[in-house]
Design a protein around this ligand. Structure first.
Ligand code: UD1
Length: 416
């Protein structure tokens, strides 16, 4: 079990290259099996979730080679349409393979993802989208089975702009005859990245980034090469760390537009942030004041994944910071742990109120989820003395060399 040991009180200074986006590479890896051929993905972060996805691709019959930040997937010999429960358990996002395997094989069987640390995580919208394209869906022994001799283009309206359901619908629609229109689609930048990759693979697809996506055909190409976009949540993590620790940090390969709500929130707290075409630079005294309320919403609203990170940045900010979590029911699990450092946080349902305190003091903490765990590390960076974050592997799911990245900026942190 990794333990992150932090000694707080250091300012952060320097330059950091932002990793490729976990939430972009995972659906793109699933998409690589569409139509066979070889996909070369560059700027892939090295993460345990990516390893889990590689295991699934190999199980399906792909040849996969990984070197540094590059993954090459040869999917010509995909021969299985079932993902065993043990592989599904390793990563929730494996539900992404549902649309891709259905499109490739005409059938898919996988275990229904159970609840997770963030809440119940239903997949009703995914299934409704696939059904609209003509898939027959059945469930047995905890497994979902989707079958379709021929998927047919259709109008899919999502009742909520779910990221995963939008991606699954895009993947399945590539194999459909006729045009598919997805309305109330999620608009996240990772969906645009998936569209860009699908175009390289030979799909005729447009509209990603808006709420209407059209897929009208797919002529598979033998080779596709794609550079994974920069990770906006990793970028906002390091930005929040620099904001509360104080210092001067330049994030290279960070696209400000993708996490503008985080930038404006930190500016409202007193940080000086300059944005270039592919960098973001933050200067902060570390003495912050409570800013505008943080209300999580689908993109382009404030990302739920950055809520806990922003909360860590607010723990010592003067005044009261208000958080409203609208996406996941169970996303304040870091709060009781932050209180152990001396943070003053009250919660009521979806709302958390943080009253800034003068001092936090280091303590042993338990990471409950990926972003919540990273937020505890950030809190440790502004606490006096030593904080140990005990983690069952959450942080390694989403951050490439997290301890190295923070210590290269001057933080006192070790991963043991
Ligand atoms: C993705 C991201 C995750 C991020 C989330 C919201 C990946 C790998 N993960 O997760 O990091 O926090 O978007 O930005 O990209 N819902 C339903 N029924 C469904 C599907 C979703 O009710 O069939 C609900 C969920 O319970 C949740 C909300 O919709 O309350 C948003 O979920 P969704 O956008 O689907 O998130 P994910 O794709 O799972």
């Amino acid at each position: 079990m990794p333990t992150w040991t932090v000694h707080g009180g250091k300012k952060l200074k320097g330059k950091l290259k932002i990793q490729g986006a976990k939430n972009a590479v995972l659906p793109i890896m699933a998409a690589s099996i569409l139509g066979g051929g070889t996909s070369r993905l560059v700027n892939c972060p090295q993460l345990s979730d990516i390893n889990a996805s590689v295991d699934i691709l190999r199980h399906l019959g792909c040849k996969v080679s990984c070197r540094d930040n590059e993954i090459i997937i040869d999917s010509d010999n995909v021969c299985k349409c079932h993902i065993p429960h043990t592989l599904m358990l390793k990563m929730r996002s494996s539900v992404m393979y549902m649309g891709a395997i259905l499109a490739r094989m005409g059938e898919v069987r996988l275990s229904r993802p159970g609840g997770c640390e963030l809440g119940s995580r239903p997949i009703d919208l995914h299934l409704k989208a696939l059904k609209t394209l003509g898939a027959e869906i059945s469930e047995e022994r905890g497994e979902v089975c989707c079958r379709a001799k021929q998927l047919r283009g259709a109008h899919i309206h999502l009742d909520f702009p779910s990221v995963g359901a939008t991606e699954n619908a895009m993947l399945a629609a590539c194999a459909a005859e006729g045009e598919t229109v997805i309305t109330n689609a999620a608009c996240e930048p990772e969906i645009v990245d998936l569209q860009n990759f699908l175009r390289c693979k030979g799909a005729q697809i447009s509209g990603a980034g808006s709420s209407v996506i059209r897929i009208s055909g797919f002529r598979p190409r033998k080779f596709a090469c794609h550079r994974i976009m920069a990770d906006r949540i990793a970028a906002s993590t390091y930005l929040c760390a620099a904001a509360s620790c104080g210092g001067d940090v330049l994030l290279d390969d960070a696209i400000a537009n993708y996490f503008y709500t985080v930038i404006t929130s930190l500016r409202s707290m007193g940080c000086d942030i300059i944005c270039g075409s592919n960098y973001v630079r933050i200067k902060s005294s570390g003495r912050l004041k409570a800013g505008r309320p943080i209300v999580t919403k689908p993109y382009p609203g404030f990302p739920t994944d950055s809520q806990s990170l922003m909360m860590a940045a607010c723990l010592k900010a003067e005044g009261t910071s208000v958080f409203v979590e609208n996406i996941f029911e169970n996303r304040f699990r870091h709060v009781p742990e932050m209180r152990r450092l001396g943070a003053d946080i009250r919660t009521e349902g979806r709302v958390a109120m943080v009253s800034g305190v003068e001092r936090l003091s280091g303590a042993p903490l338990n990471a409950s989820d990926l972003r919540g765990g990273a937020a505890l590390v950030l809190a440790g960076l502004i606490a006096d003395g030593e904080t140990c974050v005990y983690d069952t592997g959450h942080i390694d799911r989403g951050y490439e060399n997290f301890a190295y990245a923070l210590s290269s900026l001057g933080a006192d942190i070790k991963r043991i």
